[in-house]
Ligand binder design. Structure first.
Ligand SMILES: C[S@@+](CC[C@H](N)C(=O)[O-])C[C@H]1O[C@@H](n2cnc3c(N)ncnc32)[C@H](O)[C@@H]1O
Length: 195
């Protein structure tokens, strides 16, 4: 049964990858930036995405995948028919160039090569994070969101999966926190920065 599940998962992954990019996007790549507090480049599993985004992402959101890696989150969103402006920012220049090439047929997707700290899209409303960085960098990211978006007087939301740095947000009254289950023993957190 375990092997059947694995096989079904592989078939689904290959199907969505090929349909949206023409390439298989599986596997994990070691990061070249461990000194920047960066984790390995693995993808969010497609099976978790309905629970992650189904009830959180709104039609008028400008979506940013912080550290988009090979782009599977963006693939899933176009596969499901989301027409939002979708932005992936990826630090690793080779990965981001390849992801841009793979996703170029989708006119609502843009891939930015570089560090999220230098590339916070001004019109962003919704950020997705799958464990891109360690606690020190997560703290700096929280501060960067506050200093970029609070002066604009806009509410932004951050969906944090694998949210082991969520405690940073808990003691700050500017942020509201909604933790929810996305599957067996898997939690995600939706953080809202209220202006
Ligand atoms: C665990 S992967 C997640 C990939 C993708 N978001 C997903 O869920 O499938 C984290 C990615 O974040 C990238 N990353 C880490 N720090 C970054 C930063 N400061 N700016 C942009 N990308 C970053 C890494 O290179 C890596 O590709």
């Amino acid at each position: 049964l375990k092997y059947l599940h694995k096989l079904i998962r592989l078939v689904r992954n290959v199907y969505i990858d090929l349909k949206t990019t023409g390439h298989f996007l599986g596997g994990t790549v070691a990061t070249k930036h461990p000194h920047l507090g960066v984790t390995a480049i693995g993808s969010t599993d497609y099976s978790l995405m309905p629970a992650l985004f189904g009830a959180t992402l709104r039609a008028d959101d400008v979506f940013v995948d912080v550290g988009c890696g090979k782009g599977r989150v963006l693939c899933w969103l176009v596969h499901k028919g989301y027409t939002n402006q979708l932005i992936g920012v990826e630090l690793d220049p080779e990965i981001s160039a390849r992801t841009r090439l793979h996703l170029k047929k989708h006119s609502n997707i843009s891939i930015i090569s570089g560090n999220i700290f230098d590339n916070l899209p001004a019109n962003a409303t919704f950020f997705y994070l799958y464990n891109p960085f360690n606690e020190e960098i997560a703290k700096a990211f929280k501060q960067a969101l506050e200093s970029s978006y609070l002066p604009q007087g806009r509410t932004i939301r951050v969906l944090y999966y694998y949210s082991h740095c969520v405690k940073l947000f808990k003691d700050d009254p500017r942020w509201s926190i909604h933790e929810f289950s996305i599957g067996f023993q898997k939690e995600a957190t939706l953080l809202t920065l209220n202006h």
